[in-house]
Write a protein that binds this ligand. Structure first.
Ligand SMILES: [Zn+2]
Length: 201
């Protein structure tokens, strides 16, 4: 299941995916670290402006590792071209974190970057709280040369089985299917196994 690449692969799309708390950002940080120590490939990290869970302008794994990132408006992934065209060095490795929040046109941008011989690494949730494909991720997974599916551990009481779904809870109860995809306010997310992933209709 786990198939993380190492090294530098121009003209390639890699996708790291999985539920909440499966270590996706940590995997991106690990990859960037290795690239810098070994080959010094000029890189950039993009993330959607919508994600303000941690420090803005950084990607931060739950283990506390931090990397600077460039914030892009989620509705306008084409802004990535502007950033790249003004970079001081030619960027060769592009990491895109929390990709599920970007507009579907992210897939066009990624395709163009691959044609330009960039090594693109995308990470994000493959499914939303309903268990359905999240934003542009499904198409990106189809386009990928290499996919790493990470798993978490089910948070349901005393379970601990392999978790590949993200459970949304509102006031401690499973959120209904028709609650909005992006919800502001009190809510929690937990990794869950298939048996314990509940989406009341
Ligand atoms: Zn479970």
């Amino acid at each position: 299941m786990l198939n993380l690449l190492e090294g530098f692969h121009p003209g390639t799309l890699e996708v790291i995916t999985g539920p909440m708390k499966s270590g996706k950002t940590r995997a991106v940080v690990f990859r960037l670290d290795k690239l810098q120590y070994n080959v010094h490939v000029p890189y950039i990290v993009f993330k959607p402006r919508i994600d303000d869970r941690f420090e803005p302008g950084k990607i931060v794994s739950r283990a506390g590792d931090k990397w600077d990132s460039v914030l892009i408006d989620a509705e306008y992934p084409h802004q990535m071209y502007d950033t790249l065209s003004t970079a001081q060095k030619e960027v060769k490795f592009i990491a895109i974190d929390e990709a599920q929040f970007f507009d579907f046109s992210l897939t066009d941008v990624v395709r163009e970057l691959i044609k330009q011989d960039k090594n693109v690494l995308v990470s994000g949730l493959d499914t939303d709280f309903r268990g359905e494909p999240f934003g542009p991720m499904a198409k990106l997974l189809c386009m990928a040369d290499n996919v790493s599916k990470l798993i978490a551990m089910c948070s349901y009481t005393n379970c601990g089985a392999d978790a590949r779904w993200t459970q949304r809870l509102i006031d401690g109860e499973p959120a209904p299917y028709d609650s909005p995809l992006i919800l502001v306010g009190d809510q929690e997310y937990e990794p869950r196994c298939t048996k314990h992933h509940y989406v009341p209709r």
